[in-house]
Design a protein around this ligand. Structure first.
Ligand code: UGA
Length: 437
């Protein structure tokens, strides 16, 4: 078992730290944010992620996991150091803001002992690992081994994706080899997880290529959703049919209000910005269109609301789901929030419900009215919008809601509610890219 430090306790770092402790490693996780560290130390997660809270508590109880806000404490007590800091978007250019990576590398360098290993997990523009490697060779002790090991976890499945990833990618240089990291992940590798050992640039690109491809699939099917609406076709049947072709696959072909969150939108913009810097503007111009189609989904939903309500001013609109996806309380770049804000600007009375995201919502968007009961959110609604496909909403019995609303109309922005169930309870259901009824 190895003594590990994890630098940065956002989504990625916190999950990685708790999962590594569950594998038996001794983990110390560092963050500058002392409030967050206090929270983690007392066994509380500052965000919602299924299964993670139990791992956190178990790790702390077993003594395998602890948190600190002193970098020297984390580094000096560990042999291998995972960089898990954020790389948010620079608002104007769309490029990745690397300030946290730069600060982490610079702060770690003087603290690293000779021969220790640093593993980069953050999503970074190609070229970042080479820079970090060069920096360590000039400013740290001798023989620091840097490995770039991108993370592919999905929110909502973070624990499963960390412990049982589809693949492990390890970017190495001619002075580092992957054996230290392969030992850390040995239990995962033993169950047959493919390991791809490559150079830094390829490892960095694998991550952004994967997210760009997923984003492309979603915008591809959403472009067809628009076309289906024009010609009266059904995009869900279309996705099912093309998805049977194993070369295409059915996953990530769910049409609706599009993708949000802290990864896909910013990663395609950062990739495009980096490609432009490298003279690849033409080749990566398509990402602009992917982004454009995606943000257009939000406007399209707002247009559908206007078609249903006419003037939306003073109309009551209930929104089911504000997290960017189910099983997460993350509202970063959430399509539902963007839609709610536009409707509020147009004078609608919005009330939102979400099983997990309301606490964060009230902190970040106190102007958006919410209710923790579906029934209260729907009271007197002129229109209901289903915007995040929580299991709870799939299981709604519409007959129970019929008397609460003014008008029995729901727009299903995720295309998954059962038409017959809603129709037979007297509701009109409107989909995006599927005939409504
Ligand atoms: C994404 C990737 O899926 C992960 O592999 C990656 O590790 C992660 O970003 C990251 O870079 O850290 P995540 O942002 O958690 O994971 O969420 P996804 O499951 O990819 O969903 C992203 C968005 O696409 C959500 O808003 C979801 O509702 C939407 N989506 C997804 C669709 O609109 N249609 C689909 O068919 C699938």
């Amino acid at each position: 078992m190895t003594r590990l430090s994890v630098i940065g306790t956002g989504y990625l770092g916190a999950t990685h730290a708790a999962c590594m402790a569950s594998l038996g490693h001794d983990v110390v996780a560092f963050d500058l944010d002392s409030e967050k560290i206090a929270k983690f130390s007392s066994g509380n997660l500052p965000f919602f992620e299924p299964g993670l809270s139990d791992l956190l508590k178990a790790g702390i109880k077993s003594g395998k996991l602890r948190f600190t806000n002193e970098l020297a404490d984390a580094i000096s007590n560990s042999e291998v150091h995972f960089i898990c800091v954020g790389t948010p978007q620079v608002s104007e250019s769309g490029a990745a803001d690397l300030s946290q990576i730069h600060s982490a590398v610079k702060a770690m360098a003087p603290l690293l002992s000779e021969g220790s290993t640093v593993v980069g997990k953050s999503t970074v523009p190609v070229g970042t690992a080479s820079w970090a490697n060069q920096y360590f060779s000039e400013h740290a002790a001798q023989n620091i081994k840097l490995i770039w090991n991108p993370e592919f976890l999905r929110e909502g499945f973070a624990v499963k994706d960390t412990l049982h990833p589809d693949r492990i990618v390890l970017g190495v240089s001619n002075t580092s080899d992957s054996s230290v990291v392969e030992d850390i992940y040995s239990s995962t590798i033993q169950i047959g997880t493919p390991v791809i050992v490559t150079d830094y640039a390829t490892a960095e690109l694998v991550k952004v290529a994967a997210n760009a491809f997923l984003a492309t699939k979603i915008s591809f099917i959403n472009a067809f959703a628009d076309l289906c609406d024009v010609v009266g076709a059904d995009v869900t049947t279309l996705a099912d049919a093309i998805g049977h072709d194993t070369r295409i696959g059915r996953r990530f072909l769910n049409a609706g209000i599009g993708f949000g969150g802290g990864c896909l939108p910013k990663d395609i913009r950062a990739l495009q910005a980096r490609a432009n810097e490298l003279g690849m503007k033409d080749q990566f111009e398509f990402l602009n269109q992917i982004d454009h189609i995606n943000t257009g989904r939000r406007s399209y939903l707002v247009q559908q609301v206007a078609i249903e309500l006419g003037d939306v001013k003073s109309k009551n609109v209930a929104i089911l789901g504000v997290a960017f996806k189910p099983d997460s309380d993350d509202i970063r770049d959430s399509p539902a929030i963007s839609i709610a804000k536009r409707l509020i600007e147009q004078g609608a009375n919005i009330t939102v419900h979400d099983p997990e995201a309301l606490q964060i919502l009230s902190k970040i968007h106190p102007e958006i009215k919410s209710s923790d009961k579906v029934e209260d959110a729907l009271a007197n609604a002129d229109l209901v919008l289903h915007l995040t496909e929580w299991q709870q909403y799939r299981e709604i019995e519409p007959t129970k809601l019929s008397k609460l609303v003014k008008t029995r109309t729901i727009i299903d922005g995720r295309n998954i509610l059962d038409r017959d169930t809603w129709n037979s309870a007297g509701w009109k259901i409107i989909y995006l890219g599927r005939p409504s009824s």
